[in-house]
Design a protein around this ligand. Structure first.
Ligand code: TEU
Length: 513
C-alpha cells in the first residue's frame, strides 16, 4: 500500500517538456531559435500545462554537435542570447509555475574549450590530465578498438601530432572526453553545477552520464559490441561513485533539485543501477519505449519489464517517446495522426515522469531533409526541424530557418491548432489537465488488465482515485468489457459519456469510474 500522506517531490508528478533551443522559436529572425524565442513562448507552455522545461545546450559552442560540444559551461552562446536573458526565462517561467532544467554535459567538452586547449598544448601542462591521453602503439595504432559515435565506424581516439599521444572522444573528435578519474575535473564540474543551481535551475538533464567512469586499463570492446559506438555500452563502477558525489552536492540545495541521467544504454536492466540506493540519479531515462514498435504485445512487455526492473529498487520510472536524437514517434509509427494521438494518451497515463519533446503536442512528423541541407553528422536533422508557430509561410521564423519545416507546417502550426478544439494540441492539453487532476495518474500504482489481443490496458490507483487506459494498437475495432466514463479519447469521441465498450483502431481512451 503506498503511503498516501507523504508529499511526493515535484519531479515525480511533473510533466517535463524538452526544448531544443535551435529549433524552438526564433525571436531575432536569423533562422535559428534563441532564448528570447523560448521566453516569448512561455505562455504557450503555461496554457498547455507543463510543469518544467528542460533546455538542451545553449552554451558557447563551435556547434560541431549543435551545442553538445561546449566551449564554456557557464555562459550563453551569442547565437542564443545572454545570461541575463536566461535569468529572465527562469524568473518568468517561475511566475507561471514552470521550473527550468538545464543540460549538463559532463562527459566531454568542445576541442575549443580552454581546458582542452591547455591540455593539448603540452604534456607538462597542468591540465594535461583533465582529458584522457594515451600512447597506444604510436601514430598508427590507437590504444584500443573503441568506436566513436557519429563518425561512421571511426575510432574513438585521435592522434595529436604536436604532443605525440592519442586523446579519447566517445563522440566526435571535436568532443574530447574529460578525465573524471581526476578529482580536479570533478570539482570543476561541481562548480559548473553550482553556477546554474545558484541561478535558480531546478536540476540537470545529464548527458551520457554512464560514460564518465571508464575502466582505466581501457580494454578492447568484446563481441557482440565490437564496431558499435562505445558510448552505447560504456559501463564502470566509478560512474556510480561520481554520480553519488553529484547527488550529495545538489542535496545541499533547497527545493528538491533533480538529477535526470541520460542513461542511453541497451535496456532498463542496464539503466536501473543508476538510481543507486536512492543516492544516485533521481530519474534515469528509459529509452526502451522509444525502440518499441507500434505493437500491443511489445508495449505490454515494456510496461511489465519496467515494473520488474525498477519497482524492487523503489526507482521512479520515466517515459520518453521522442527527443532530439531519434525520429519523432509519429514518424516511427508510420505517420498517421491517429497513432500519434493514441500514443499521447498512453504516454501521459503511464506510471512515471513523462518527457515531451517540443512539437509532439502539435503531432509533428520529422522533416524530410534533402541531402544538400543535411547538417548533423549523426543523421538526426529530421526530428530537429523548426517548430511552426504560425500558419503564415514563414511560420514565425526568419527567412531561412536552419532546417526545413516538418510536413503540413501551416495546418500543424500552434496557432492553427489552438483555434481548433479537435486538434492534437488540445488533446495534449486535456491529457495534461486530466493528469494534474488525478492522484491516480500522477502517483498511483499500475496494474495491467487482461484484455483481448491488439489491446493494452492498465489501471492506475491511488487511494480511492482510479483511472483506466485502453489502447488499441491493432487495425480493427475491438470490444472490451470495461466500464466507466470516457474522460479523454484520443479521437475526441464520446468524452464525458459512458464508455460503450468498443475501441477503434489506433485509438486510446482514458476512463474514470
Ligand atoms: O546522446 C547520447 C547518445 O548516446 C546518442 O548517441 C544517441 O544514442 C544517438 O544520438 C542516437 O542516434 C547525447 C545527446 O543527446 C546527443 O544529442 C549528443 O550528440 C551526444 O550525447 C553527445 O553529447
Amino acid at each position: 500500500m503506498p503511503d498516501l500522506t507523504e508529499p511526493a517531490p515535484w519531479w515525480k508528478t511533473a510533466v517535463v517538456y524538452q526544448i531544443y533551443p535551435r529549433s524552438f522559436a526564433d525571436a531575432d529572425g536569423d533562422g535559428i531559435g534563441d532564448l528570447e524565442g523560448v521566453r516569448g513562448r512561455l505562455d504557450h507552455l503555461a496554457w498547455l500545462g507543463v510543469d518544467a522545461i528542460w533546455l538542451s545546450p545553449f552554451y558557447p559552442s563551435p556547434m560541431h554537435d549543435f551545442g553538445y560540444d561546449v566551449a564554456d559551461f557557464c555562459d550563453v552562446d551569442p547565437l542564443f542570447g545572454t545570461l541575463e536573458g536566461f535569468d529572465r526565462i527562469v524568473a518568468e517561467a517561475d511566475e507561471r509555475g514552470i521550473r527550468v532544467i538545464v543540460d549538463l554535459v559532463p562527459n566531454h567538452t568542445s576541442h575549443e574549450h580552454p581546458w582542452f586547449v591547455a591540455s593539448r598544448s603540452s604534456r607538462d601542462d597542468p591540465k594535461r590530465d583533465w582529458y584522457v591521453w594515451r600512447d597506444g602503439g604510436g601514430p598508427d595504432e590507437p590504444p584500443n578498438n573503441w568506436v566513436g559515435a557519429f563518425i561512421d565506424g571511426g575510432r574513438a581516439w585521435t592522434w595529436d601530432e604536436q604532443t605525440g599521444q592519442w586523446y579519447l572522444h566517445q563522440f566526435l573528435p571535436q568532443q574530447p572526453d574529460l578525465n573524471w578519474a581526476n578529482p580536479e575535473v570533478r570539482e570543476a564540474m561541481h562548480g559548473v553545477m553550482r553556477f546554474w543551481l545558484d541561478r535558480g535551475v531546478a536540476g540537470f538533464r545529464i548527458d551520457v552520464v554512464h560514460c564518465i567512469g571508464r575502466d582505466q586499463s581501457f580494454p578492447d570492446d568484446e563481441p557482440p559490441w565490437v564496431g558499435i559506438p562505445h558510448c552505447a555500452i560504456n559501463e564502470h563502477p566509478s560512474s556510480h561513485a561520481y554520480i553519488r558525489e553529484m547527488r550529495r552536492m545538489v542535496e545541499g540545495y533547497d527545493g528538491d533539485r533533480v538529477l535526470i541521467g541520460e542513461t542511453a544504454l541497451p535496456g532498463t536492466h542496464w539503466v536501473a543501477p543508476y538510481y543507486g540506493e536512492g543516492d544516485e540519479l533521481h530519474l534515469a531515462f528509459n529509452f526502451a519505449a522509444t525502440h518499441a514498435p507500434w505493437d500491443a504485445e511489445r508495449w505490454r512487455h515494456r510496461i511489465v519489464r519496467l515494473q520488474e526492473e525498477l519497482d524492487p529498487l523503489g526507482a521512479w520510472p520515466t517515459w520518453v517517446l521522442s527527443n532530439h536524437d531519434v525520429p519523432r514517434h509519429r514518424t516511427r509509427y508510420g505517420g498517421a495522426e491517429a497513432r500519434a494521438r493514441a500514443a499521447a494518451v498512453a504516454l501521459l497515463t503511464q506510471r512515471g515522469t513523462p518527457f515531451l519533446y517540443a512539437g509532439e503536442e502539435l503531432g509533428l512528423e520529422d522533416a524530410v531533409v534533402p541531402p544538400e541541407r543535411v547538417v548533423d553528422p549523426g543523421g538526426r536533422d529530421g526530428c530537429r526541424a523548426p517548430i511552426p508557430w504560425e500558419p503564415t509561410p514563414g511560420h514565425g521564423w526568419g527567412p531561412e530557418p536552419w532546417l526545413p519545416f516538418p510536413p503540413d507546417a501551416a495546418a500543424r502550426s500552434a496557432e492553427a491548432q489552438r483555434g481548433d478544439p479537435t486538434s492534437v494540441l488540445h488533446l495534449y492539453r486535456r491529457l495534461l489537465a486530466a493528469r494534474k487532476a488525478s492522484p491516480a495518474l500522477r502517483l498511483g500504482t499500475l496494474e495491467l488488465l487482461d484484455v483481448p489481443d491488439g489491446l493494452v490496458a492498465w489501471r492506475r490507483r491511488h487511494g480511492d482515485d482510479v483511472r483506466t487506459t485502453v489502447l488499441n494498437q491493432s487495425e480493427q475495432t475491438v470490444a472490451v468489457a470495461l466500464a466507466g466514463t470516457v474522460e479523454v479519447a484520443s479521437d475526441g469521441e464520446g468524452e464525458g459519456q459512458p464508455f460503450e465498450g468498443q475501441v477503434g483502431p489506433d485509438t486510446a481512451v482514458l476512463l474514470r469510474p
